[in-house]
Write a protein that binds this ligand. Structure first.
Ligand code: SDX
Length: 388
């Protein structure tokens, strides 16, 4: 052993890498991608601009963005045998299960061994994840898949594949497409969170990009991580069904024996407020008003937030709404089904995962291999089974 082992379960106080991609300040509630504030990017940029920024380190010129977008559009045709794999999943499959499997399966269809393949894999992932994400939704509603309309922007193409009916002309509502653009930007990267650390760790063994991203999707699915956005809506629905009694659920969340957590609350890094939650909360108000949607869980969420933030238990533990607390309310207003919320998180986080994987490989980081504190049996002799 070289020096001391720091016992730090969950890496709460461990810096595992040096990165120039995303800056978080948990006390001040600051989030920047390559130095640009999330507030400005969410308001002024397109998701593909932000994807380009994360992956290529600079905001693109118009020519660079046009080429990037055209390259992605040229890769939207997914190998039909991947569609056959997708069709083999039960209709009840969770979409996170199917996209994790399909992204992992991409390495069976596309070369990852030749020079330059990583760049093609980046474009294929950005192009094909949204396409494959819509397959399980269409299957769940008994409709055929819709081929991507590459004449419109990235978000509108996704909405078209989700909501167009076979044979019908579909135009994405501008409010919906703009809201989706903002949400994807807000999810695009978040330094060394659980799923990104997973992508880096898997990639550190020189596993290919598809395998690494598939592992990240699986990590994101967990209810303590990206899966929380689905859990939040289910929690809010349960509170609504239970007469909207937020105090009862606040009390449950404070009772360790209840096994209940206020989903969408708390964060490992943000100990003041999650800047994304502030932006999404305002966007939820704006989008629901613009779409004329009256969702009673929005009021329940606001009441739950106010009650928690005036309660000593939450204040003492610095628990505030995180990115997942309000995002599901917008996704629902956009018509996206609850079990697709974490898939939306994955589509948003994909450029961040890619940028982090590339940085780890370019910096030739060593294979990740943490140590442990051993607490097991001391040395003992083998006992024949007859004597056990
Ligand atoms: C994301 O890391 C990232 O950047 C993630 C993410 C990203 O963009 O990649 O921001 C996305 O995953 C957001 C988080 C989504 N998850 C949830 O909303 C699930 C609910 N939240 C928690 O499970 C929890 O707050 C975590 C997982 C977010 C953070 O967990 P930590 O940092 O390990 O904190 P902890 O579990 O040790 O909690 C500290 C204390 C404990 O109480 P005590 O033992 O000190 O008495 O706070 C309590 C916890 O019981 N607590 C909660 C709580 N979250 C923490 N109590 C009630 N409800 C909660 N939500």
């Amino acid at each position: 052993l070289t020096g001391y082992i720091t016992f730090d379960p969950g890496f709460k106080n461990t810096g595992v890498t040096k990165s120039s991609i995303t800056y978080l300040d948990g006390e001040e509630g600051i989030l920047r991608y390559r130095g640009y504030s999330i507030e400005e990017l969410a308001d002024k940029a397109s998701f593909l601009e932000v994807a380009y920024l994360l992956i290529h380190e600079e905001l693109p010129t118009q020519a660079q963005l046009d080429a990037f977008s055209a390259d992605i559009q040229s890769y939207t045709q997914v190998n039909q045998d991947l569609l056959k794999i997708s069709e083999g999943f039960p209709v009840s499959s969770h979409p996170m299960c199917t996209i994790a499997a399909l992204v992992g399966a991409m390495s069976a269809f596309y070369s990852t061994d030749e020079a330059g393949d990583d760049e093609k894999s980046v474009l294929r992932l950005l192009a094909q994840l949204p396409v494959m994400a819509t397959w399980s939704y269409k299957k769940s509603i008994g409709e055929g898949i819709i081929q991507p309309d590459t004449t419109v922007d990235y978000c509108s193409t996704f909405l078209q594949m989700m909501f167009a009916k076979p044979g019908e002309k579909y135009t994405a509502d501008a409010v919906v497409s703009k809201a989706l653009n903002k949400l994807l930007i807000l999810h695009a990267d978040h330094e060394q969170n659980c799923s990104t650390s997973t992508v880096r760790l898997v990639g550190s063994s020189h596993a290919n990009l598809f395998a690494s991203i598939s592992a990240g999707i699986n990590a994101l699915w967990g209810p303590l991580h990206g899966g929380a956005n689905q859990e939040v809506i289910e929690m809010l629905e349960a509170i609504k069904a239970d007469g909207g009694d937020t105090d009862k659920y606040i009390a449950m969340a404070k009772d360790k024996n209840s096994g209940f957590r206020l989903m969408g609350f708390g964060h490992r890094v943000y100990k003041n407020f999650d800047p994304r939650a502030k932006i999404i909360k305002k966007a939820a108000d704006d989008v629901l008003k613009a779409l004329g949607v009256n969702d009673p869980v929005l009021a329940i969420a606001a009441r739950l937030e106010a009650a928690a933030l005036s309660d000593e238990y939450f204040v003492a533990r610095k628990l505030y709404p995180n990115v997942d607390f309000y995002s599901g309310i917008i996704y629902r207003a956009l018509g996206i089904p609850t079990n697709m919320f974490t898939v939306m998180f994955a589509i948003g986080r994909l450029p961040g995962w890619i940028a982090q994987w590339k940085e780890m490989r370019v910096n030739k980081e060593p294979i990740g291999r943490p140590r442990q504190i051993y607490t097991g049996a001391t040395s003992r002799a083998f006992v024949e089974i007859a004597q056990r």
